[in-house]
Write a new protein. Sequence first.
Length: 128
Amino acid sequence: MFNGLCACEHVIVPLEPGIFSLDSLDKLKNIFSDIRKMARCRIDDVTIILTRYQKPDLLSLLLRRQNASQEVEMKLKQMSGEVFIVPESQDIYEAQKQGLPVSHYAPESAVGKAYEKIADHIKINSVK
């Protein structure tokens, strides 16, 4: 893992909304910091992707309560800035059943557009 992280220019970290994801990201940030210090490798571009994001239900909105997805999103943004959201979607399951990427199975769906936005971000930042 150490050599791979030293050799890379961009790291993509997919996380599901949960407390263990936050702990994992915190540990990963410590690893990145150690690599920067010990090996003088630069890991500047880190893309955080919050998958299986669930929008709040009506009751949560009315009571102004955050669900797990919103809570994790807020904490991730505090820890690392930009976070890309991939909503929970039946299209992902259906695309997997068909053996297709979501970008081909349902490109106009919310999840297809979310992955397109992530791909565009990575393309733009890898041109630097």
